[in-house]
Design a protein around this ligand. Structure first.
Ligand code: G4P
Length: 284
């Protein structure tokens, strides 16, 4: 399900996350490891305010491992703890509990010092659509409690998923909107399938993807499509890919829509290998 983010929806989503903030000790901010900045909500710092937070880079299996390391270092330099996981396979979930314990250690120590009985940490997952919130909740719950595509606005009683470890997780994630303003971010979100295919011109998305591959992973581009360098004339590129992959229209010419589809599908299905589309900023 894709949510159309009108200003009213944004305000409502924000209100719902804000309301639930007081129920939890820590926020798990889920992002796509291929897009650790582009898949963040633009107002997240403002929304979660001072609440302790762990950034979870999900879909690590699809991201460039070297870049993931750099992103974790990037967050750390800014005082934000982060871990990378693969929620689909259930890899790395222990890291989440360990990091949360570390982040909340002082608070828990203070509670103990005041004679309070230690209790489980309470957490809630927030993130833009498609970053894997429901998959992670299901993995943590080890059964299908969270339905994919929860719409903001549907109210129901809060349920806590009690894990075997010392963590309780709200069963419904906070769904926040992505960054829409920057066209480059739009292309990245579209290329990875984070936003609906009808939102942007897909041919533009595919062309952006090819240029990105040329810039960042040229040998993989050459291996897959046979281009060492892309010519200025992108129509020629589409024609060559179309010929190689048999994308003919009924009239006998190249079917550009099919080629577009192939390029986007190749990125999403990891035919180019593990890619990180947000380039980690160089250290100053
Ligand atoms: P959301 O609640 O944040 O909207 O995301 P959701 O869990 O629905 O996940 C979105 C898509 O991302 C799903 O694929 C899901 O399987 C996939 N996914 C989630 N976590 C991971 C991960 O760590 N690695 C990989 N490779 N994929 C992940 P889908 O194609 O929409 O559905 P399906 O393939 O599960 O049927």
């Amino acid at each position: 399900m894709t949510i159309q983010w009108f200003p009213g929806h944004m305000a409502k989503a924000r209100r719902q996350v804000t309301e639930k903030l007081k129920l939890v000790d820590i926020i798990f901010e889920l992002v796509d490891a291929r897009l650790p900045l582009s898949s963040r909500n633009p107002m997240i710092d403002d929304i979660i305010n001072q609440k302790p937070r762990l950034v979870i880079l999900n879909k690590e299996d699809m991201a460039d491992p070297a870049a993931t390391k750099e992103w974790i270092a990037y967050f750390k330099e800014r005082g934000i703890e982060s871990v990378s996981v693969n929620s689909q396979a259930g890899n790395g979930l222990d890291k989440i509990v360990k990091a949360a314990e570390m982040i909340l250690k002082e608070k828990w120590d203070r509670m103990r010092a005041r004679g309070m009985k230690p209790r489980a940490m309470r957490a809630m997952i927030v993130g833009i659509p498609n970053v894997g919130k429901s998959t992670l909740i299901n993995r943590i719950a080890k059964k299908n409690i969270a339905k994919t595509g929860n719409m903001p606005g549907i109210t129901k009683a809060q349920q806590w998923i009690k894990t075997a470890k010392n963590l309780e997780l709200l069963d419904t994630p906070g769904i926040l909107w992505p960054k829409f303003e920057d066209p480059e971010i739009g292309y990245k979100l579209a290329l990875t399938g984070a936003i609906k295919d009808s939102i942007l011109n897909l041919q533009d998305v595919a062309i952006w993807g090819l240029r990105f591959m040329e810039d960042r992973y040229p040998s993989r581009l050459e291996e897959r499509y046979g281009f060492k360098q892309l010519p200025d004339d992108m129509a020629a590129v589409f024609e060559q890919i179309g010929e190689r992959r048999g994308c003919l229209s009924s009239g006998g010419g190249i079917d550009y829509d099919k080629v577009t589809d192939i390029i986007i599908r190749d990125v999403r299905s990891m035919q180019f290998g593990r890619l990180t589309l947000d380039i980690p900023p160089k250290k100053a």
